[in-house]
Design a protein around this ligand. Structure first.
Ligand code: SAH
Length: 387
């Protein structure tokens, strides 16, 4: 029970009723000065719930609990434990335990890398509860170490500093983890996101299962070889491409860790390389396209779609007859419908007939909430060339 109160307009209260945890600045009538956990009421003083309050963000309130109960270390421990239980068994030692709004714990990300935890506190209100949150993680997961990767750019909207802070034990620079039989090295301190792209784990296994035995595979935007490791277990040859030398270096280590010698690592701009491969009429049986978010804002969607279309069109053209293309977009601003339409246009222009084997999304440890569209960002398709 917080003793600090915020008062919201009917429109703000309505959002909570409709299953969305955010109340914006314009719907807040009264609020304290400092960030933290607040009791929220309507104008008549009726209690609506407890929320994280951010005085500087457009998203002022994020719902934590509709009940007037103490939100302390034990509360966080229970909520994180419940999120863990929802994951059931996952065939990996690295996965997301708490996916913020998707798990009803706004602004909190908790990722597990073997015995270590990497967490992100992404709102000013949550930052105030840091000690309780860390204690909750420790209770629910009993890790050997906890690192806060609080260097995500969105913390700037909250007026928070960007920093990487160890808060329990020691988390090593490199941690070896395993997913569906493939081993890889994650980099919790310096790697992208919290050290790896955990959201693609299930799609990596899917791509591996569709790699043609003895065939040729291409993994574009490979990062540290994530898809390539799975493709290489079946394909005769894999070309793994990224523009980051650091990521590729870890990719080579990952291949060695798995005893794989059939991956060729190429530092290149994927756009240029695709053009080149098309000109040389090269063919691949399996292609993975996992680019970074081309649309970072609403305004860049048109340009982003042109970029997605270009790489997909070229990938389709160099796909062997009967070949499989796994293609994705992690741009929140490019929704599933727009993405599917773009793929259709690329197939038309590329002159290929492609069958949809599956529409795909983020792994089940990155849950989406139907009433919170912001939790849906990663979408993709598994396609097979008919001829
Ligand atoms: N497939 C990876 C994640 C890829 S993230 C996984 O499952 O783990 C996107 C990657 O694209 C990053 O590693 C980034 O270095 C790389 N990248 C960004 N722009 C690029 C470009 N134009 N050409 C090649 N790689 C690029």
């Amino acid at each position: 029970m917080s003793d600090v109160t915020a008062v919201v307009k009917a429109k703000g209260a309505e959002r909570w009723k409709l299953g969305h945890p955010w109340i914006y600045r314009s719907d807040v009538v009264e609020a304290p000065r400092d960030p933290g956990i607040v009791r929220v009421t309507d104008r008549r003083g009726k209690f609506l719930g407890q929320a994280l309050f951010s005085p500087r963000s457009e998203i002022r309130l994020r719902l934590l609990d509709r009940v007037d109960t103490p939100i302390d270390a034990a509360w966080w421990g229970r909520r994180i434990g419940a999120a863990l239980a929802r994951r059931g068994t996952i065939d990996a030692t690295a996965y997301r335990v708490v996916h913020a709004e998707g798990d009803g714990l706004p602004a909190l990300v908790v990722d597990r890398y073997g015995p270590f935890v990497v967490a992100q506190l992404l709102s000013a209100g949550l930052e105030r509860s840091r000690d309780d949150v860390v204690a909750g993680i420790a209770t629910a997961l009993a890790p050997d170490g906890i690192l806060l990767r609080n260097d995500a750019a969105i913390r700037r909207h909250e007026g928070l500093p960007l920093e990487v802070t160890p808060v329990l034990g020691t988390v090593p620079e490199i941690v070896e983890v395993k997913e569906y039989g493939a081993r890889y090295l994650a980099a919790p301190h310096r790697g992208q996101k919290t050290g790896a792209f955990l959201d693609q784990r299930e799609n990596r296994a899917l791509a591996g299962a569709h790699a043609r035995p003895g065939g040729r595979a291409l993994d574009l935007f490979t990062y540290h070889g994530s898809f390539a490791l799975h493709l290489a277990r079946r394909a005769a040859e894999v070309i793994a491409v990224d523009s980051s030398v650091d990521a590729l270096a870890r990719g080579r280590d990952n291949a060695a860790l798995n005893g794989l010698t059939n991956i060729t690592w190429r530092e290149a701009n994927a756009f240029d390389l695709l053009r080149d491969l098309e000109r040389r009429e090269e063919r691949f049986d399996t292609i993975v396209l996992d680019p970074p978010a081309f649309a970072k804002t609403k305004d860049s969607v048109t340009r982003a779609i042109a970029g997605y279309k270009e790489i997909n069109l070229r990938a389709m053209r160099i796909l062997a007859p009967g070949g499989v293309l796994l293609t994705c977009s992690c741009s929140y601003h490019v929704n599933r419908g727009v993405f599917a339409e773009m793929l259709g246009a690329a197939a038309q222009d590329g002159g290929r007939r492609l069958q949809v084997l599956a529409w795909i999304g983020a792994g089940r440890d990155h849950p989406e909430l139907l009433t919170v569209p912001e939790t849906s960002y990663l979408k993709g398709a598994l396609l097979q060339a008919l001829d």
